[in-house]
Write a protein that binds this ligand. Structure first.
Ligand code: SAM
Length: 322
């Protein structure tokens, strides 16, 4: 059995017997006015952070959701894109597709605005998405891609890139590791399926996105997710996993490298009213301007006396320099 088969088996069991906190849920699912999330969907919340960012969902985009789970985020996306097949949810695990279908029927009974037709559930796999090239506005996945080994993650990201329209967005939430996870844990297929041992470091994870061709990556949240203790996990020191929410844009990678926004700002603190770096950045004295990490580094090197760069907040919601 491969680790992908072990994963499929694990989620077939999770579909048959909902396990609260399977993916270490510590926050309740996002609530919106007139959105009632059925109890069973809450129990089957198998994600870590969230992929629902309302600012990415104006204009009722078509959303391809990979790894439907109990249907929580498919329902939340449908809330914003209310039309038949607005959300296409794929999952290779028949039991999970059946559970999500049942759960969304219940959601329709509890939410007058929702029709099950808003979500089209398809048999599909992250490595062979059942949609045409450049056909969707948004692709989302929560707590699935971290399970993939690096070569498989590359394949999955290539597939996402294929199906996204130009300027389309990949919205992800995944655990990341604060240091490389030792190989004895990485090889444990069950821990991997549980999103506990496949996580990459932040640097590896963002590099995979850039290698796949995404020219702009925005970090929406980064927070502690789970501590792997020394005794249970046979480690020399405890290992903290974090959850990372991000939005990556299918835009060309600029010549000088991709833009990664982590919530840094640049603040001009010189003697003039304004600083123009002649590279498209105008900084009014005293006014923080959101900058990507690349621009932050350039400005800090160019104007070491006059520009202050603030630390990442790990929350960036658009409107930056590039
Ligand atoms: C950790 S759960 C996350 C479920 C959902 N995203 C959530 O947040 O509740 C992983 C989901 O991915 C599905 N899955 C497993 N292998 C997959 C694959 N190769 N391609 C697509 N989905 C897969 C599982 O059946 C399960 O529904």
């Amino acid at each position: 059995m491969t680790y992908l088969e072990t994963t499929a088996k694990f989620y077939a069991e999770a579909a048959a017997t909902p396990q609260v906190g399977l993916c270490c849920i510590s926050t309740p699912p996002l609530q919106y006015p007139d959105l009632k999330i059925p109890e069973i969907i809450q129990q089957m919340n198998y994600g870590c952070g969230t992929t629902i960012h309302p600012t990415e969902l104006t204009g009722a985009p078509t959303v391809l959701y990979i790894g439907v789970g109990g249907g929580l985020e498919a329902l939340q996306f449908a809330y914003f894109c209310r039309r038949p097949s607005a959300v296409i949810a794929v999952d290779p695990v028949a039991a999970m597709r059946e559970a999500a279908t049942r759960n969304l029927q219940i959601a329709a009974q509890e939410n007058s605005w929702f029709q099950p037709e808003f979500v089209k559930i398809l048999d599909g796999d992250a490595f062979a998405l059942p949609v045409a090239d450049a056909s969707v506005d948004v692709v989302a996945q929560n707590c699935l891609f971290n399970i993939f080994e690096p070569d498989d993650l590359r394949r999955a990201l290539k597939e996402v890139y294929r199906v996204l329209k130009p300027k389309g967005r990949l919205i992800m939430s995944d655990p990341i590791a604060t240091r490389p996870i030792p190989s004895h844990l990485q090889r444990d297929e069950r821990l991997r399926a549980m999103c506990l041992s496949g996580a990459m470091t932040y640097a590896e994870y963002t590099q995979q996105l850039i290698d796949a061709g995404f020219g702009q990556v925005e970090i929406r949240a980064r927070r502690p997710y789970r501590l792997l203790d020394t005794q249970t996990f046979n480690l020399d020191a405890p290992l903290l996993l974090e959850s990372l929410d991000s939005v990556s844009f299918k835009v060309p990678i600029p010549k000088d490298g991709a833009c990664i926004f982590t919530g840094r700002t640049a603040i001009y603190n010189g003697n003039e009213e304004m600083l123009d770096d002649r590279a498209g950045h105008m900084l009014l004295r005293g006014n923080p301007v959101a900058v990507c990490d690349k621009t932050a580094k350039t400005l800090a090197a160019q104007f070491p006396q006059d520009v202050i760069i603030t630390d990442p907040t790990w929350h960036y919601n658009g409107g930056g320099c590039c």
